[in-house]
Design a protein around this ligand. Structure first.
Ligand SMILES: NC(=O)c1ccc[n+]([C@@H]2O[C@H](COP(=O)([O-])OP(=O)(O)OC[C@H]3O[C@@H](n4cnc5c(N)ncnc54)[C@H](O)[C@@H]3O)[C@@H](O)[C@H]2O)c1
Length: 273
């Protein structure tokens, strides 16, 4: 038996990266996947690739930061499916903004609006469709929600808040059969990373990836499918007594206090993939 048989699953940010990988994985496990994103063209590619493998998926143009857009989407889902079992709040964006006193207010507002407010809005309007039969909500946080990055205070604030919002939601719905957890990825090869640090082909992007590999105990960057697997675990009955938890999938980055000996042991830098 497939792990998400007969389940209706919503995935936001399903056009590319982690959301796309999760949509494909959830569909393989038998779910009807409702894919929401602002990028309609790429979203249709996700849905078509699922349909080619006989999976069930549908595309919805939704801006998670816009209350009306989310509300209209929730109304449509209610009309078409009645109930929902799984919500993966994955849509997000990231950008460097400089030190806090120079950080553009519009950028701060945008990151909070998409990453944090989007998670809140989508949960607020979809939870009523889960109350009858229970369900599982997975919020995509980040290792940047438990510690911080240079020049990225808006992202750090949004992702830190998502981890605690997850706990608040877990408590609110613990008696209603709705589990709420977050996944905190480390660096994963997706368009978001290329946008933030430069693509693999660019010198700056290549430098970023090399540095990220050596500070990662596992010596490599992660793949979207490795986060999709964690989301699948949290979505399925395999995690039936897990709620209010944050699961980090970062190749071990957050396991050390500081790089220590690694800073001057050349071998450490060379032994990467
Ligand atoms: N890639 C990483 O290294 C990494 C690390 C930690 C956390 N994350 C988180 O993973 C999630 C997915 O990111 P990704 O790395 O797959 O990047 P991505 O850019 O490939 O995917 C993000 C998706 O979100 C969509 N999106 C952006 N704003 C939206 C909005 N307002 N409404 C609806 N959809 C919107 C984008 O169109 C895109 O398809 C994000 O929340 C990100 O913060 C990524």
């Amino acid at each position: 038996m497939k792990r998400l048989e007969n389940k209706v699953a919503i995935i936001t940010g399903a056009a590319t990266g982690i959301g796309k990988a999760a949509a494909e994985r959830f569909a393989e496990e038998g779910a009807a996947v409702l894919c929401a994103d602002i990028k309609l063209e790429e979203l249709n590619e996700t849905v078509n690739s699922i349909a080619e493998k006989n999976g069930r998926a549908k595309a919805y143009e939704v801006d998670v930061s816009n209350e009306n857009s989310v509300k209209n989407f929730a109304d449509k889902v209610k009309e078409e499916y009645g109930t929902v079992s799984i919500l993966f709040n994955n849509a997000g964006t990231d950008q460097e903004g400089g030190k806090l006193h120079e950080y553009p207010v519009e950028l701060f507002d945008r990151l909070i609006s998409v990453d944090l407010r989007g998670t809140f809005l989508m949960s607020k309007y979809i939870i009523p469709l889960m109350l009858e039969n229970g369900g599982s909500i997975i919020n995509n946080a980040s290792m940047s929600g438990s510690a911080a990055d240079l020049d990225r205070s808006g992202y750090n604030a949004a992702k830190g808040a998502i981890i605690n919002l997850t706990k608040a939601m877990a408590i609110d719905y613990g008696r209603s059969g709705i589990r709420v957890n977050s996944v905190s990825p480390g660096t994963i090869e997706t368009p978001l990373v290329s946008h933030l640090a430069g693509s693999k082909e660019e010198e700056q992007g290549e430098k970023f990836r090399e540095a990220q590999k050596w500070v990662t105990p596992m010596g490599r960057i992660g793949n979207p499918s490795e986060i999709a697997s964690v989301a699948l675990f949290l979505a399925s009955a395999d995690s039936s007594f897990v709620t209010g938890e944050d699961i980090r999938a970062d190749g071990g980055v957050m396991a050390y206090t500081w790089p220590g000996k690694m800073l001057f042991e050349e071998g450490w830098k060379e032994e990467t993939e």
